[in-house]
Design a protein around this ligand. Structure first.
Ligand SMILES: Cc1ncc(C[n+]2csc(CCOP(=O)(O)OP(=O)(O)O)c2C)c(N)n1
Ligand SMILES: [Mg+2]
Length: 354
């Protein structure tokens, strides 16, 4: 008989509210670690806020905003080793920055320029996945491969609440569990799949509850609490490395920005709830926690922000300095014997582009 593993209903939290809910501390994190995590959060926040500006200025194309998702991304990535693999969705487009990828690479991706393509093996970060959930079987396969080779590393796949309704999610989760693949299934539950609310997405009591059906543990964590996310992911990583298979993490938040720059959520979202959620956004919460601990000075915070802003300025300048891409790229590597029409189409494209 397959064993049904525990699923948690409680939302795990570490950061209190500075009032009635006390702060906890995460065992094993030094002050230097806490500040490194702060830097990661600020890097992502700065990337996101600058990207929205660059979009408005016409310097990048459509962009999937991740404002208030930074804690999920930075907290979970912090629990990984460099040898562990990251499979991002479009919502985690800039997660490579945490592995030393230059901002210009990610900005180029959003500019639709080939300079935005990277070799996944350089960072152990897979390509940004736009077709919902299709990277989950890829991540499960890579993780299984790591297990077969006895490498001791693991993989994490990021996806949203909407992705849990896709066949690829089911296939990847089931396969990972059956093969005891060292995989972390990290679900960013921001309550919306564009304009589809969570209530219309599933009848399950929680998304973590789905883990029971695959015979893996399910953890629910406050997605705006970077330390709770870190702690939960660290547990899942330990489980994976010990050969105990995958874990499903449901990180709960509420989407406080449009789905992407092409979306107007006022047409469907409860804007009062958005305002409430923005008050407890993840970067401010962590800053307040560090200040209560006496770990973060105003000067240090300013310095970290200034460094991130400078990186972004360099990043957009480098992305814009790329020479235009060769339009032939659109036609190459599709067919061994390209149809004759491709040649005519390419000539036409060159004529249009001047
Ligand atoms: C297979 C597939 N179907 C539909 C879409 C169009 N689409 C883009 S984003 C999105 C919503 C996904 O919501 P969720 O999984 O909750 O992730 P979030 O955007 O909230 O991070 C949809 C349906 C797509 N990209 N891929
Ligand atoms: Mg969502």
């Amino acid at each position: 008989m397959a064993q049904v593993l525990g699923v948690e209903d409680e939302l795990r939290q570490v950061i209190g509210d500075g009032d009635t809910t006390p702060d906890r501390e995460v065992e094993g994190l030094s002050e230097a670690d806490l500040l490194r995590l702060y830097r990661d959060l600020i890097l992502l926040r700065t990337y996101d806020e600058r990207s929205v500006v660059y979009h408005r200025q016409g310097r990048i194309g459509t962009y999937a905003i991740f404002w208030n998702h930074e804690a999920m991304q930075a907290g979970s990535a912090f629990a990984l080793e460099r040898s562990d693999w990251i499979f991002p969705s479009y919502r985690e487009s800039a997660i490579g920055l945490l592995r030393g990828m230059p901002p210009s690479t990610v900005l180029s991706w959003w500019r639709g320029h080939p300079a935005g393509w990277w070799n996944p093996a350089d960072y152990n970060v897979a390509s940004i996945c736009v077709p919902i959930a299709t990277h989950i079987p890829h991540a499960a396969g890579l993780a299984w491969g790591k297990r077969l080779r006895g490498e001791g590393s693991c993989a994490i796949a990021y996806f949203g609440d909407g992705a849990t309704s896709e066949g690829s999610f089911h296939e990847g989760a089931n396969f990972a569990a059956v093969m005891r693949a060292p995989l972390i299934l990290f679900c960013n539950n921001n309550h919306w799949a564009i304009s589809t609310p969570l209530e219309a997405q599933t009848k399950a009591e929680s998304l973590a509850a789905k883990a029971a059906g695959y015979g893996m543990p399910g953890i629910r964590v406050d997605g705006t609490d970077v330390l709770a996310v870190y702690e939960a992911t660290r547990e899942a990583v330990e489980r994976a490395r010990a050969g105990d298979g995958p874990t499903f993490i449901e990180a709960v938040s509420y989407r406080t920005a449009p789905h992407a720059t092409a979306d107007d959520p006022k047409a469907y979202i409860d804007m009062e709830r958005v305002e409430e959620e923005r008050k407890r956004e993840c970067v401010g919460r962590y800053e307040a926690y560090l200040q209560r601990l006496g770990v973060l000075s105003d000067e240090h915070a300013q310095q970290v922000r200034a460094e991130a802003a400078a990186l972004m300025r360099e990043g957009i300048a480098a992305a814009e300095a790329e020479p235009p891409a060769d339009p032939a790229l659109l036609f190459e590597n599709t067919f061994v014997d390209p149809p004759a029409s491709f040649g005519r189409d390419l000539d036409e494209l060159r004529r249009i582009l001047g």
